[in-house]
Design a binder for this molecule. Structure first.
Ligand SMILES: C[S@@+](CC[C@H](N)C(=O)[O-])C[C@H]1O[C@@H](n2cnc3c(N)ncnc32)[C@H](O)[C@@H]1O
Length: 437
């Protein structure tokens, strides 16, 4: 396909995502099925433009004065892909698959620039109803934090120390991919964000992944697991285990000792955990299924650590799934808040006296993070917040730079708010609370 046809296709896919509410992957797949002549390189290019258009939707629609799929694609070409109106007109010229020629208004939008007095939601690339929340969470940095969440994300790998070590794993990954050791965590590898126009080989297709030497896991998620300080021999409950991403990380930190219980309120989510445990060589996990009372009743008051990877809006992962940013509504946020209060209240009863509870979200919204912890602590005098950095420093897995950078993310309750702007990770919130002995 030539670029004119690819741009027309991106406009079509954006319409499927924004107006027919299809997830991006599904929309690209459906478009591909209906247009068999497109190859995998074409689909990668189209998907790249669609994702960037969604990441930059707020600023681009502000500049174009229009939020229709065509305006978003053209504005993104100009403002993100450095393909201005003359270049786009040249691509369209004489191509029968090209969209309609550019109008004067579109040309103007493609050459205008965002100014300091543009509304915060446009500068922060967020839905306007979340502007107040961003301002509360980030103050004067709200626009910069939001803009960083509209960038493309790298792929992070966690080195599975049950089966490999940093040197061996890095060499194996580098044999297939352009990768570097993480600047923050000694057991992590980073693969830089790919050019959106190019086909990128998936990290889970390399032999090191197949052998269980590495797991695909955002660095923020890896840091959250480190904060649990699940040292050898402890009794640990992963209360929201889902497909087991954190369970695997916790097990590796425990070096396959002690006992790690994995449970999820939705047992269907746990199904994916079995092959992952097997591949990673995990032997200290008991997967508990069924209703909470039967599945976990015997663990009440006995856990050294209870890990809560809470259900959340996922606002911290908008770089990877920009369509979800525009789908999020205030009602869904309210539902998540109710669930978060519920999981905190329920999970707390498994913590033994002197034990710890780790509350984690992949969100940057204070309503889901510090507010929830404050509400929990106000209602549970037997718990107090302790600095997350204590556990991270004790883990001996931070680099010198990592320790400094993470310490700068510390906020109320000694909790950490990681963000793409601050730490180059997804937006994770981590808080550690201790139950009185
Ligand atoms: C962020 S996901 C967990 C991801 C998982 N830990 C991982 O690393 O792959 C949140 C999980 O919380 C679970 N959950 C537990 N209690 C819940 C409740 N009361 N309401 C909603 N979700 C709940 C959901 O089923 C979901 O799997």
């Amino acid at each position: 396909m030539r670029d004119a046809g690819r741009i027309a296709a991106a406009i079509e896919v954006l319409d499927m995502v924004l107006n027919r509410h299809q997830p991006v992957k599904e929309a690209v797949r459906d478009w591909g099925k209906a247009n068999r002549y497109a190859g995998s390189g074409d689909r990668a290019w189209i998907s790249g433009l669609v994702l960037d258009s969604l990441r930059r939707k707020a600023s681009v629609s502000h500049l174009m004065g229009d939020d229709a799929p065509r305006a978003l694609a053209l504005g993104t070409l100009a403002h993100e892909w450095e393909t201005g109106p003359d270049a786009v007109a040249a691509i369209f010229e004489g191509d029968e698959h090209a969209p309609e020629p550019l109008t004067d208004a579109e040309r103007a939008g493609m050459t205008s620039a965002l100014t300091e007095d543009a509304p915060l939601h446009a500068r922060a690339e967020i839905p306007d109803w979340l502007a107040a929340s961003f301002e509360r969470g980030f103050g004067a940095d709200a626009a910069a934090e939001g803009a960083a969440m509209a960038s493309r994300a790298p792929v992070d790998l966690r080195i599975n120390t049950l089966k490999s070590d940093p040197e061996k794993a890095l060499a194996a990954v580098r044999a297939k991919l352009n990768a570097d050791p993480s600047a923050l965590v000694t057991t992590a590898i980073r693969i830089a964000a790919a050019d959106p126009r190019a086909k990128a080989p998936p990290a889970d297709a390399i032999p090191a992944y197949g052998k269980g030497w590495v797991e695909v896991q955002d660095l923020g998620s890896q840091i959250a697991a480190l904060a649990a300080a699940p040292s050898q021999g402890l009794q640990v409950l992963d209360f929201c285990a889902g497909a087991g991403g954190k369970t695997l990380a916790l097990s590796a930190l425990m070096n396959n000792t002690g006992q790690l219980y994995a449970w999820d309120y939705d047992w269907r989510r746990l199904r994916a955990i079995w092959p992952r445990l097997e591949r990673a060589g995990v032997r200290n996990v008991q997967v508990r299924t069924g209703k909470e009372a039967e599945a976990l009743g015997d663990l009440a008051g006995k856990m050294d650590v209870v890990f809560i990877d809470a259900p959340c809006t996922g606002s911290g992962t908008w770089r990877r799934r920009p369509d979800t940013k525009w789908r999020l509504k205030d009602k869904a946020l309210a539902t998540r808040i109710t669930q978060q209060d519920e999981v905190l209240a329920k999970a707390a009863k498994y913590v033994k006296p002197g034990g710890r509870m780790v509350y984690v979200t992949c969100s940057v919204l204070p309503e889901e993070n510090g507010d929830r912890v404050s509400a929990f602590l106000a209602a549970n005098a037997g718990f107090r917040a302790v600095p997350v950095m204590d556990a991270l420093n004790a883990s001996a897995q931070l680099t010198e730079d990592g320790a400094l950078l993470l310490a700068a993310c510390e906020g109320e309750h000694g909790a950490l708010q990681l963000t793409p702007a601050r730490t180059g990770t997804d937006g994770f919130y981590v808080c550690v609370m201790e139950r009185a002995a």
